[in-house]
Ligand binder design. Structure first.
Ligand SMILES: Cc1cc2nc3c(=O)[nH]c(=O)nc-3n(C[C@H](O)[C@H](O)[C@H](O)COP(=O)(O)OP(=O)(O)OC[C@H]3O[C@@H](n4cnc5c(N)ncnc54)[C@H](O)[C@@H]3O)c2cc1C
Length: 317
């Protein structure tokens, strides 16, 4: 193994290419959109395994990624920072399996939690996606990876034109169409509205808000407010009524947001699957590794799954 073609330049494709190149492979990325113009560009993002089945593999990948981001946060140019925040839950038995990867967390004083909810206060990586994806692309190029703008219509086409030793399919929602052996991929629509930041640093996510998924992620120059989690919806246009409802919910949760002007808005389609797929695909003429279906946790799993792909490919020969 030596020459690897990665299909996809979102956070997953870039992270995989980074780790393969760092391991000594010659890597080329084929992608028809830059990360900023894909789902990856729409995330806020915080480290949190949201909209993904929390299997042992996912929790392991989350932990590896947490540690990697913690190191990256030492360099402000990466756009990664460690930030305190709150995870609210309104279920009687909340799933706290994710806290295994988090060194600092504590149950919140019930007096500080909205009626009926429980809360965990913790410190996690906050990844400012516009800064981070630019940093990651630059890091990938510095490792000698070639990034080519191209639409891939079939893996046979890649095999014929690129003659790689292996292919990694990291094409998000469109991965299943390229592989043709998977009918378990579907979009989870996420709408966001970005407000001016009145000086907030702490994030909050209210997973089971009766009005809908609600989160507030303050960044350097804005606050990403969400959201929605509409499984099966391919609608990529912001809906004004949905935005008004998001604004009502986030202002109820974080009163400082009242009166802050809207800076921008957007919709992203999370590439969801019954479970994240990271494996060698059987029945192919050459080694093909699938790495997709990360739902609402692509950043959260990125470095862990990139390491897993690198192990599956093996060392360069
Ligand atoms: C509103 C919202 C908020 C989110 N918040 C978070 C968060 O806080 N934390 C978190 O961890 N995650 C979050 N996510 C989820 C995260 O954004 C996704 O899991 C992640 O972006 C998926 O990355 P990806 O690289 O698999 O796919 P994408 O970013 O969609 O990239 C796919 C790439 O494949 C390329 N491609 C596809 N098909 C082809 C083809 N046939 N030929 C050539 N190129 C192709 C595209 O051009 C693109 O480069 C959020 C998502 C949304 C929508």
């Amino acid at each position: 193994m030596g020459r690897v073609t990665v299909v996809g330049a979102g956070v997953i494709g870039l992270s995989v290419a980074h780790e393969l190149a760092a391991a000594g492979h010659t890597v080329r990325i084929l992608a028809d959109r830059e990360a900023a113009a894909s789902t990856s560009g729409m995330a806020a993002a915080i480290w949190f395994p949201h909209d993904v089945k929390r299997s042992a593999q996912v929790l392991d990948a989350s932990a590896v990624t947490y540690q990697r981001f913690q190191r990256l946060a030492e360099d402000p140019d990466t756009g990664v920072a460690m930030r305190a925040g709150t995870v609210l839950s309104r279920r009687p038995d909340p799933d706290l399996s994710w806290t295994r990867a988090v060194p600092h967390y504590e149950p919140l004083d019930p007096a500080r939690v909205p009626g009926g909810a429980t809360g965990v206060r913790c410190v996690v990586p906050l990844i400012q996606t516009d800064v981070y994806l630019t940093w990651l692309r630059t890091a990938v190029l510095a490792l000698g990876v070639e990034i080519r703008t191209a639409e891939v219509r079939s893996l046979a086409e890649v095999q014929g034109s690129e003659k790689p030793d292996a292919i990694v399919v990291a094409a998000g929602l469109r991965s299943a169409a390229l592989l043709g052996d998977d009918d378990e991929v579907y979009p989870i629509r996420g709408q966001v509205v970005r407000l001016a930041n009145p000086g907030l640093t702490d994030w909050i996510t209210d997973q089971d808000n009766p009005g809908g998924l609600t989160y507030v992620v303050p960044r350097r120059h804005d606050v990403v407010c969400g959201g929605t989690g509409e499984a099966g919806s391919w609608d990529d246009q912001p809906d004004p009524e949905t935005e008004a409802a998001i604004l009502r919910r986030v202002r109820a949760l974080v009163p400082e947001l009242a009166g802050q002007p809207v800076l921008s808005r957007g919709v992203g389609l999370r590439p969801a699957r019954s479970s994240v797929r990271v494996e060698a695909v059987p029945g192919q003429a050459l080694p093909v590794i699938a790495c997709y279906g990360h739902g609402g946790a692509g950043f959260t799993l990125s470095w862990g799954d990139a390491a897993r792909v690198t192990t599956l490919i093996g060392p360069p020969t």
